[in-house]
Design a binder for this molecule. Structure first.
Ligand code: GDP
Ligand code: MN
Length: 370
């Protein structure tokens, strides 16, 4: 789970790491309580913003609002922009790099530092990066900090600040169960102090439940329907085509999508109700109602089940599409456990019924065209 820069910087600030004064802005109309010039940084879960033009400097408030508006409009490297971080502009003398990451090979923590930080860190030669391996039982020791700082060309005062920053960053890394806690650039400012100008914090997904403040992360970027499905434990992808596919199992789902696509069909939504929802008529009913409310031209139910009873699923289909109004067409393929019983429950409702995968796709494509 990646944190946005502004969230990472908030953790840094709480840990005592110096960061620029700044404020997160969700809209261009928010007040900017900072003197200009300001640096405006698109908040996205992707890196490489500098090179993508998503970090801008504004000299006055009018320019700042225009830049914020334009940053909010376009995705950065394919990622949606959540907002803009407006910060005081820091004058940089030098850009360093510092990070802690999980060292899988050694079963420990890896401290990486470099005097060649900034946007080209990926291209920095290995020889210019210092690696210090940390045994998590020992933790971060002073000699490790000295070793990491040796080639950075810092004054005595800066070395002191560097040590404090590394200790605080290590604290964030451990207490937030991070895979990565990175500062790039860690700037040496023109007035000679160290400041974290960027924050990249990645929390181990397995620790996610410990940090409910980031719980929205999984559902961010989902459509309303996708969010509802996700809350029910159903995988769903919403699109803009004609046919809603309702199925169980990722394999059948992909096969159905491919079969329809290869014949020129388009999808409105595809959902995989999985093994749990299928057992509960109530949950199936709820899920099918969401599908119906997307108003697809056709709903194709494609089920091949060995454990889940298909007559229960048929009952849910009847509840939503037989006894309640629906303008589109319905195709149902059922095969497997109580499949025949399921199909006979659906008889007489005006649905197209079959036990064949390929016939179901053909019927759905025809219904979408007609
Ligand atoms: P990234 O490209 O997504 O990693 O975004 P960064 O936050 O690292 O910013 C990219 C570059 O923008 C940095 O390497 C800096 O050179 C520059 N930058 C970021 N913040 C400031 C700032 O406050 N002042 C100045 N002068 N440059 C900044
Ligand atoms: Mn950066």
């Amino acid at each position: 789970m990646k944190l946005y820069e502004y969230e990472g910087k908030e953790l840094f600030r709480q840990a005592g790491i110096p960061v620029p004064a700044g404020i997160f802005m969700g809209t261009p109309d928010d007040e900017i309580p900072l003197p200009c010039p300001v640096v405006l940084k698109a908040q996205v879960l992707a890196g490489g913003r500098g090179k993508a033009g998503a970090i801008r400097v504004a000299l006055d408030e009018m320019q700042a609002r225009a830049e914020i508006r334009s940053l909010l409009e376009a995705p950065v490297n394919g990622s949606k922009v959540k907002g803009v971080l407006a910060e005081e502009k820091v004058s940089i003398a030098k850009e360093l790099y510092a990070s802690f990451s999980v060292d899988r090979q050694a079963g420990g923590v890896l401290l990486m530092t470099s005097a060649h930080g900034g946007m080209d860190i990926e291209a920095t030669e290995q020889g210019n990066i210092s690696l210090v391996r940390i045994n998590p039982l020992l933790g971060l020791q002073s000699y490790m900090i000295r070793q990491a700082g040796r080639s950075l060309g810092l004054t005595k005062q800066q070395s002191q600040e560097f040590g404090d920053i590394l200790r605080s960053l290590y604290g964030v890394f451990v207490s937030y169960h991070c895979e990565l806690a990175e500062i790039n650039p860690l700037a040496v400012t023109v007035d000679g102090h160290l400041k974290a100008l960027d924050a990249k914090v990645v929390i181990d997904d397995r620790a996610q439940s410990m940090f409910p403040q980031y719980a929205n992360r999984q559902t961010e970027g989902l459509t309303d329907a996708e969010r509802k499905f996700s809350e029910m434990g159903i995988f769903a992808a919403e699109m803009e085509g004609d046919i809603a596919v309702v199925t169980a199992g990722a394999g059948v789902a992909m096969a159905t999508a491919d079969a329809l696509d290869s014949q020129g069909g388009t999808l409105r939504v595809i959902i995989d109700i999985g093994g749990i929802v299928g057992h509960e008529v109530e949950l199936c009913t709820e899920a099918f109602e969401i599908v119906r409310d997307l108003r697809p031209k056709v709903i194709l139910f494609n089920f091949f089940m060995q454990v889940t009873r298909l007559d229960g699923i048929a009952e849910a289909i009847n509840r939503v599409l037989r006894y309640q109004p629906f303008d589109g067409k319905v195709v149902v393929r059922m095969k497997g456990f109580f499949g025949r019983e399921g199909l006979s429950l659906l008889n007489g409702a005006g649905f197209e019924l079959t036990d064949s995968f390929s016939q179901a796709c053909t019927l759905a494509l025809r219904a979408a065209r007609g």
